[in-house]
Design a protein around this ligand. Structure first.
Ligand code: F6P
Length: 536
């Protein structure tokens, strides 16, 4: 059987070769040459779902754009994305669909096999949320809950914490929400030092219910709780779980009615839309959580139904692939000009790097001759301007960047907001142009020259509300999907994290028993001996 055009090695497509040639030409052209194009913003800025996304500072001209459209065609964007959203087994290595989009599809449009289970899970979740917020749900001594501790890591942590922080101004409950992710005992100590157990609710969120960090934290919290209450029955008032492994959750001691269901067809890093989003729902209430789902659904609709040339996440994927694969930008900075979105870089690190940080194609063949996903990093701005921007402006590294801000602030300090936006725009402009005035440049000593020529995108939310956040996160999810189609990668598995997990188990045993039963390399062995010596 001959493979279809879309299944062939991506580098074999003529559009790929065209882009390679164009990349050589682009290397000699400074981004500032595009400043003469006065209609550039009109051409490359797009608006949908309360977002304005400006790609006009990307190193793209008509020829590059056309070649990128051909690449999208060769990568079969339209069909593959439709297949993903309709439940095809797109996660081939685990033989599963990736149906996070179904969770935010209006009920009447959900596919039959999923409709009932999603509906049941959402009804259970929202009824629980209403009971906790209203004070109907009580701790074992009869007091209402005022503190929620969410225990989970990776996809069971990053999305919920980001969303709770980003939408804190939408909180309708007086619940304090804390997160416990790392297995570092200092985190546990800090948390338990200030817990009032009578009014605390613990959510143990783990799709697999086997993740070491979450298991260890959950067990320690349960022991801590039992030592103080002496009552196993009281656990039911204070511990709930979110998991696809209901048996493991109930074996841990969580009452079955307190387990909120997840499914293997939703990947951890795409799961904030499920009951994994409980802390968000407990903070902003059921109605706002529905608005969050609705915002994401609008972006799904846009991504599914908009031609590539106007499709915001598809363009984002193409421009980023152009940067990393063809222009060899090794890192991509996420520069957030809104304090409320300060956790976005952490969330995107998992979403993008765990999804597309791969070096084999979906069919198992090695990926050769090009770079796939860049390293994602970033931070809260303008703080970074006074820390790492020096290297961005005058260092030797190649990078691309996203600038993210919000038009409407949630405060009345207009002067502050205007400064914030001015900083956002001036930094993106400096990365575009550098110091390019030729008269000035001749006069400038070299240590004052700024090269510029760093492609960047600006993403501006109208307001940071539940819909807007939903749309923003869904946009990045779809960027990941479209990029995986360009590189022929399966973005829905994460086998690379398994090795470290396995190795830690045997080293853990050696540390616990002060022995050295494990065959280790000299460096690791030396460190184990040193640690065991210190521990003894
Ligand atoms: O370490 C990788 C990973 O499997 C992530 O993909 C996942 O989000 C995280 O661990 C947590 O997994 P779980 O929800 O099963 O505890």
């Amino acid at each position: 059987m001959t493979s279809s055009r879309a299944e062939r090695h991506p580098t074999a497509d003529p559009s790929w070769q065209a882009l390679q040639t164009l990349a050589k030409r682009a290397a000699d052209r400074h981004l500032s040459i595009y400043t003469d194009e006065t209609d550039r913003y009109k051409k490359y800025a797009f608006q949908t779902c309360g977002l304005c996304v400006d790609y006009s500072k990307q190193k793209v001209d008509d020829e590059v754009f056309d070649a990128l459209m051909a690449l999208a065609e060769a990568s079969d964007f339209g069909n593959k994305f439709a297949q993903q959203c309709s439940g095809d087994l797109v996660n081939q290595s685990e033989n599963r669909p990736a149906l996070h989009t179904m969770l935010r599809t209006p009920q009447e449009l959900q596919a039959a096999p999923y409709q009932e289970t999603i509906n049941l899970a959402q009804t259970k979740m929202f009824s629980f949320v209403d009971r906790v917020i209203s004070g109907e749900w009580r701790g074992h001594t009869g007091k209402a809950i005022n503190h929620v501790v969410h225990v989970g890591i990776g996809g069971s942590h990053l999305g919920p914490e980001l969303a709770v922080e980003a939408l804190a101004h939408y909180a309708i409950s007086n619940l304090r929400i804390s997160f416990l992710a790392s297995v570092d005992g200092h985190c546990l100590k800090q948390l338990t030092d200030e817990l009032n157990l009578e009014q605390t609710l613990f959510i143990v969120a783990s799709k697999s219910f086997s993740t070491q960090e979450t298991k260890t934290n959950a067990h320690s919290l349960r022991s801590w709780f039992l030592e103080r209450t002496g009552s196993v029955a009281a656990l039911a008032n204070h511990f709930v779980a979110v998991s696809a492994n209901i048996e493991a959750a109930t074996n841990f001691g969580i009452a079955e009615e307190n387990v909120f269901e997840m499914w293997d067809w939703v990947g951890g890093r795409f799961s904030v839309w499920s009951s994994v989003g409980l802390p968000l729902a407990l903070s902003i209430g059921s109605q706002n959580f529905r608005a969050f789902l609705q915002g994401a659904h609008h972006m799904d609709h846009h991504a599914l139904n908009t031609p590539t040339e106007n499709n915001i996440p598809a363009l984002m994927a193409l421009f980023e692939a152009w940067n990393s694969t063809f222009l060899q930008k090794e890192t991509h900075a996420v520069l957030v000009y809104d304090h409320r979105l300060r956790l976005l870089p952490d969330f995107l690190q998992q979403l993008e790097m765990e999804s597309n940080g791969k070096s084999v194609h979906a069919d198992g063949e090695e990926l050769t001759g090009f770079l796939s996903a860049p390293i994602i990093w970033g931070g809260e701005e303008p703080n970074g301007q006074h820390a790492f921007h020096q290297l961005l402006h005058q260092g030797t590294r190649k990078f691309s960047a996203d600038f993210i801000s919000c038009k409407q602030p949630d405060h009345h300090f207009t002067e502050h907001h205007n400064w914030l936006l001015a900083n956002c725009l001036s930094q993106s402009q400096a990365m575009l142009l550098g110091r390019s005035d030729s008269d000035d440049k001749d006069a400038l000593p070299s240590h004052q020259c700024v090269k510029g020529d760093h492609p960047n995108t600006t993403i501006l939310l109208d307001t940071l509300n539940p819909q807007g956040l939903g749309a923003l996160l869904a946009m990045y999810e779809h960027k990941v999907s479209f990029q995986s189609m360009i590189w022929h990668i399966n973005p829905f598995d994460q086998w690379g994290v398994e090795l470290g997990k396995q190795l830690s188990l045997s080293i853990y045993k050696d540390l616990c028993t002060l022995s050295n039963n494990t065959q280790l390399d000299a460096s690791t062995q030396g460190l184990v001996d040193h640690m065991n010596h210190t521990n003894s």
